[in-house]
Unconditional design. Structure first.
Length: 564
């Protein structure tokens, strides 16, 4: 066989025999086939490994997404189920591959909930198995937290006359039971908590709500017929609005008492039970965390007057609504003691609450607790003609009757000639007010001055006894009233308006009749937030004490809707 060598740089075979040429062709084909097969196997392996990784990543991503949704749902302060159960249910019912590696960790805080969960997924391999990797495992972790940064509470407390009745708790009046329960509520709310997160306002109510001079003094359009007391009359449409603007035009409630005036120790006693209460404990305590102040307010509560749940709720709504912030901010810069020169002197509202009420956002929870032992009753308003201006009554404060008593009224009887009735002496048609030519001075009273001294009933019966139909003109027609039906409608309207803003409303019917319970049930956020207190008992029993009701509400607020 003759073989010729290649020329330098040449790849061409020359002078091969046919057998040699066949051998060369077979050799080339075998090498190519092996190359192709090897490449094909490599591609198959890589594709298979890619498929293994893709399946693994799919299952890992699904598990992560499911776990993320689970902890978000569990951390939601609105959901009702135990957070651990929520996470476990999400994972179990999702149908995904993977499982929790340990129980979810739930970290509750004041106004917050943090949930952390860990899970893993194991994916069997089909191709990587050939390379000694039988499975792929991934561990995933997810954490979610929801928090509320502040709590604002309006505590609406009934101080009407029926609160002076005996309670089912032996030996105690209802007002005493309320004092004890409300004091404990305050203590519980601040126990082991940051007091700068919690503000409480107390709104005592009876026939009216005494807003107090501090509050009304910061509202720019309240009428100024007098300064004896500090209530305002709301119109029916006011109760459809959750807000109370500091610039709203409001009519000051006339300072008058329908029934009583007393004469003690030689002096006329100012009306003891005016429609707008002025007695200790009757004034609103706005936005504070001063436990001593809250205790003092509660301990001073006394029972007298009718029941106006609607007005109590109207002021309670105002004190958690951000539109009222200018008033609260001003009070945070007003010293409790105006004569104090200390820069760090206590202010009416603590300085740290100057920005309250906060906006309606997720970082604040606003709560109203309204309690009553009765139901809405009539609210009285003095006739508009008697609200201001000069009356036809003069008063001589200095005159002594010789029996240790002083004071004499004179009432204009006729204009021409001008004659007067001297009330205590019961002398008719006198030519001048008593004191014009007698000891002391006769001072003509304005209507607010007159009704700050005597009730409508006393004024009619004694000052105008000489006038026919005196009882009708000076008593029955001297005032009008808002009916119970209207007040129930107003209560429902303000409760609905404030609940629509996300404010939680708890209701307590304290040994109240069915009508009162119905009003409270309508006002509360939901049935589980209504507490019917009948007598001594335990939570969950047929009977429930007022203290237990307040304790349960405090616990619920501190959990911040976890059981809602």
């Amino acid at each position: 066989m003759i073989v010729r060598v290649f020329k330098s740089g040449s790849k061409k075979l020359k002078n091969f025999t046919p057998s040699a040429r066949r051998f060369a062709r077979d050799e080339e084909g075998g090498v190519f086939t092996i190359f192709v097969l090897t490449g094909f196997l490599i591609i198959i392996c890589l594709t298979g490994m890619g498929a293994d990784i893709m399946h693994f990543e799919r299952d890992r991503a699904n598990l992560q997404a499911t776990l993320d949704r689970a902890v978000l749902a569990a951390a939601d302060l609105d959901q009702e189920l135990p957070p651990k159960d929520v996470v476990m249910a999400y994972v179990e019912k999702s149908g995904i591959k993977g499982k929790l590696t340990k129980d979810p960790v739930v970290t509750p805080g004041f106004g917050s909930r943090r949930v952390t969960a860990e899970a893993e997924v194991v994916v069997k391999t089909a191709f990587m198995y050939l390379a000694g990797i039988p499975e792929l495992k991934a561990s995933v972790t997810s954490t979610a937290e929801e928090s509320v940064g502040a709590i604002e509470i309006s505590l609406v407390l009934d101080m009407s006359g029926s609160m002076g009745d005996p309670s089912a708790e032996a030996g105690k009046k209802k007002i005493q039971v309320l004092r004890e329960a409300a004091v404990e509520f305050v203590n519980t709310m601040y126990e082991k908590e940051n007091p700068e997160k919690i503000s409480i306002s107390i709104i005592p109510y009876a026939t009216q709500v005494n807003a107090g001079e501090n509050i009304l003094g910061k509202m720019t359009n309240v009428t100024s017929e007098h300064n004896y007391s500090h209530c305002v009359n709301f119109s029916g449409t006011d109760f459809s609005k959750h807000a109370l603007s500091p610039t709203a035009t409001l009519e000051r409630t006339a300072h008058f008492d329908r029934y009583r005036s007393r004469y003690r120790s030689g002096q006329w006693e100012e009306n003891k039970y005016p429609t707008c209460a002025t007695r200790p404990g009757s004034e609103i305590t706005p936005v504070t965390n001063d436990i001593a102040t809250l205790h003092a307010q509660i301990e001073a509560l006394t029972a007298q007057g009718n029941t106006s749940i609607d007005i109590g709720m109207k002021w309670a709504a105002a004190l958690v609504d951000p539109e009222f912030r200018p008033v609260i901010s001003a009070l945070a810069n007003q010293k409790k003691d105006p004569d104090s020169e200390a820069e760090d002197a206590p202010t009416v509202v603590p300085k740290e609450f100057a920005n309250r009420p906060k906006e309606y956002t997720s970082d604040v929870q606003k709560v109203i607790i309204v309690m009553t032992d009765g139901y809405n009753t009539s609210q009285y308003k003095l006739d508009s003609d008697l609200r201001s201006g000069l009356s036809d009554v003069w008063y001589n404060a200095d005159y002594s009757h010789g029996d240790g008593t002083t004071g004499e009224f004179s009432v204009l009887m006729t204009e021409s000639p001008r004659t007067y009735y001297w009330t205590r002496q019961q002398k008719y048609y006198q030519p001048h007010p008593f004191g014009e030519h007698e000891d002391g001075d006769a001072v003509r009273l304005t209507y607010p001055e007159l009704f700050a001294r005597v009730s409508l009933s006393w004024n009619a019966r004694y000052n105008y006894y000489w006038q026919s139909n005196y009882d009708y003109y000076w008593y029955s027609s001297a005032y009008n009233s808002v009916s119970r039906t209207s007040k129930n409608t107003r209560t429902s309207s303000i409760c609905t308006a404030i609940k629509n803003q996300g404010v939680l409303v708890y209701g307590i019917a304290f040994e109240a009749p069915d009508a009162g319970l119905t009003t409270i049930e309508d006002c509360a956020t939901k049935p589980s937030m209504v507490y019917e207190v009948n007598s001594t008992g335990k939570l969950g029993d047929e009977n429930l004490t007022l203290e237990e009701a307040f304790r349960s509400i405090a616990s619920s607020i501190k959990r911040l809707r976890l059981t809602q």
